[in-house]
Structures are given as C-alpha cells and as structure tokens.
Design a protein around this ligand. Structure first.
Ligand SMILES: Cc1ncc(COP(=O)(O)O)c(C=O)c1O
Length: 414
C-alpha cells in the first residue's frame, strides 16, 4: 500500500510567487499581517488574468464566434473549480457574485422577502460580520419577523446553551452564521448549528469568507443550504465571489437582480427566468475576475488546503505564545486549538489606530478597526482592536517584527 506523506507548506518559497513582497514599506521588509481583510496575489493569478485579456477576451454567453466561446469556456471552467472546491453537487448551484456581501444579500432579499413574516424568526450570531447581520436584521424589519442573536461566552465562542431560549421566540426560519469569525478567529460549530436549524425547520446560511481560503469546506458534509465566499481573500482578484445554494431552494426563489442574461423570454406581458445558475446572474458578470478566482483556486489547491490550515495553526500558536509574554497586551478570542489564523488584541492605554500606525512605520500591516463587527465589539466592551491575520505566505519573521513593533508602541506611549 502506498504511504502518502502529508504535504508541508513552504511559505518562504511560496512568498516568491507574490511580487508585493519585493516592495519594502518605509524602507523595511513588508510584513503583511492583514490577510483576513484581503489576501495578496500570486504572479500565477496576475499573469493568467493578463493573458486572458490579451488572448481570450470577449463577452461571455453571448457570442457564437470562437473568441467568445473561449472566454465562456474559461468562465465556466472556473465555476467547476468553485464547485469542486466546496464539493457542491452541481455547477447549477454555484452562482458567481461580486463578493460574499452580494451573495448574502441575495439570500436575504430573494429568499427572505418571500419566506419571512410575522411570527417567524431570523437568527444570526453575535460574531457576525455586518454582511451577514445587517441584511437579516433589515429583512426581518421589513417582513415583520423577529430577529434574534446567538450570544458568545467570554472566550468568544457561541453559546449553544442559549438555543432553546431562542427557539421560544417563534418559528425559526433561517439561521445565518459565519464558519470562522473575522475578528476573533473562532471556528464555529456549523455542523451542529445546521442540525439545530434543520430541526427547527429553518434554512442554514453560512458566511465562509474566512474559511474557504484557509480550510477544507464541504457544503454536503456541512449540510448547509447556502454558503458564500469571496475571491479577494483567497489569492484571487477583487470583484468576484461565489454563492452555493441548494437547488430546490434556488429553483423556488425569485431573482435578486433583473436584466440581461437572467431571462428566458421577455414580452410586454411577462418575463420568464433562465435556468440555474444564470437566473441569479443578471448583467455582464465580472468574468475575467471569476476566471482569476478559478486560477487562485488552482493555486491554493496545489499548495494544499490541509497544509494551509495546518501551517496557519502553527503560526497562530506561535503568535499567541509571543503575545502572552506581553502583560500589557490583551488578546481576544479562543485558544489556538479552536481558532483560525486571526488574532485580535489591544495594547493597554493605546488606541488600536495608534498601534497600527506605529507598526506601519516598521513595515508591519495590521488592521485596526471594529472589523465590521460592531455588535461583537459592544459585547466585548471595546470599540476596536488591532488584528493580525495570516495566510500561506506569512512567515515567523513577520511575527518577530510584530512583537518588536509592539515593544516600540509601548515605548512611544510609555
Ligand atoms: C466573515 C466575513 N464576512 C463577510 C465579509 C465581507 O467580504 P466582502 O467585502 O468581500 O464582501 C468579510 C470581509 O472581511 C468577512 O471577513
């Protein structure tokens, strides 16, 4: 029997694929610790998109000439790559979107407006990014449904012991949660939440923006009804994302946006809709970006999704250990074992914007903000954090520079 050795990720070598790391910041090597916000792009993606524009560019699904067919083939090949990445049953269930925000709004509007009403409950979590919080809050208001939030404990993990109380609020129709929290890095028990949602007769909507680029995500194993992610966090270009939706639901839903491509027949009296997934892709799609996302999927698949997850796990353990040595730093969120490659922290008596600015002077990029999770900030009793996040090109030396930069912060504000 063949013995397969798990692939180990070699970040120093991968880093050479990313031209940005050849450009110093303030004369210092770039330490990019903001991949949860957006990832850097490898040459393979940049070159492939340029080649597409130079050799295969024409509008998709419209022309019968060779060039248009080539463009369409590249676009549709990318859809198959998305399908395979998340193990969706069919490409008909893979909708290209502009980003995960658009995918989540699509579900909230196209499913929520027709399926929620008085007596129904939409449930989200206290860990949600605004993209998976505000649409459900607002659609609940418009339809008269209740809006409930699953709280967290002090470690930043979901309080599943609060589910029974939430179930008393009415007929739960939708549960929306992220797989990985963009602020705390918490890995949420989506399989258990999905089981609970289905027991209630609700659908399960998963925001996998921080999960798909970093760990194996299988929509069939999760059993969820919708799952979205965004290309720019996955080594791909901006302007592209994908939404998986279960076919029976997508077929029953009305379109989200209307115009070209999503119709079958239009007359003055009536319009009928195109087949899935095109019914949900109105207008000219960002097809070069969708193609670039496919190339990025090839890239991370070649590196190995499991290898990425394991490597980021090592890095997060390392940074948590190093931060624990600084008594003037508060770290938020769960222990390394239950956390993805994201660490939010604050330095005593220093605003996170000041922390980020001083780190920037050392070439270290971290995000300082509420990270589009204001309800979570309120729960933590703070307004913002500094956040370091990692990806396949992150290296331990960047953690050294982060820690060195934090000592400088401490000195400047002493
Ligand atoms: C968990 C999560 N959801 C949604 C989003 C929104 O992503 P986009 O702006 O690409 O739609 C982000 C981006 O930070 C995120 O981290």
């Amino acid at each position: 029997m063949a013995v397969t050795t798990p692939r180990k990720l070699d970040a120093q070598t991968l880093r050479q694929d990313f031209p940005i790391f050849g450009h110093p910041i303030h004369g210092k090597p770039l330490s990019y610790l903001d991949s949860a916000s957006s990832s850097q792009k490898p040459r393979q993606v940049l070159d492939a998109m340029r080649t597409f524009y130079e050799t295969s560019y024409a509008n998709v699904h419209r022309g019968v000439y060779d060039l248009a067919e080539r463009a369409t083939a590249g676009f549709e090949a990318s859809r198959e790559k998305v399908r395979a990445l998340i193990n969706a049953p069919s490409t008909a269930e893979v909708i290209f979107t502009r980003n995960v925000t658009q995918g989540l709004n699509l579900v909230a509007y196209a499913w929520g407006l027709d399926n929620l009403g008085p007596g129904d409950v939409a449930v989200v979590t206290e860990l949600e990014h605004h993209a998976n919080f505000v649409p459900w809050q607002q659609i609940a208001k418009r339809t008269g449904a209740e809006f409930r939030v699953i709280g967290i404990d002090d470690a930043g993990e979901l309080r599943l012991d609060g589910l029974d109380a939430i179930a008393q609020a009415g007929q739960i129709k939708v549960v929306a949660a992220n797989l990985v929290s963009n602020t705390l890095g918490t890995i949420n028990p989506i399989d258990r939440l999905t089981a609970w949602a289905h027991e209630q007769g609700a659908i399960m909507v998963v925001d996998a923006a921080q999960a798909v680029p970093h760990r194996r995500v299988d929509v069939q194993a999760l059993g969820c009804d919708f799952l979205g992610f965004t290309s720019h966090k996955l080594c791909g270009p901006t302007g592209a994302g994908a939404l998986y939706g279960r076919r029976e639901l997508l077929e029953r839903m009305s379109p989200f946006e209307m115009g070209g491509e999503m119709i079958r027949k239009v007359s003055i009296e009536e319009t009928t809709w195109n087949d899935l997934p095109y019914k949900f892709e109105a207008g000219t799609p960002a097809f070069v970006e969708a193609y670039g996302m496919g190339v990025a999927i090839d890239y991370i698949t070649e590196v190995g999704i499991e290898a990425i997850e394991e490597y980021e796990h090592e890095l997060v353990g390392l940074v948590l250990d190093r931060l624990a040595e600084l008594p003037w730093v508060t770290v938020y969120g769960p222990p390394a074992g239950r956390r993805a490659g994201i660490v939010s922290f604050n330095v005593d008596d220093v605003h996170p914007h000041d922390v980020a600015q001083i780190l920037d002077s050392e070439g270290v990029c971290v995000r300082a903000s509420h990270h589009c999770t204001q309800p979570l900030m309120r729960r933590l009793g703070i307004t913002a954090t500094a956040r370091a996040s990692f990806y396949l090109y992150s290296i331990p030396e960047e953690i050294d520079r982060l820690i060195g930069g934090l000592h400088k912060v401490r000195k400047v504000f002493a």
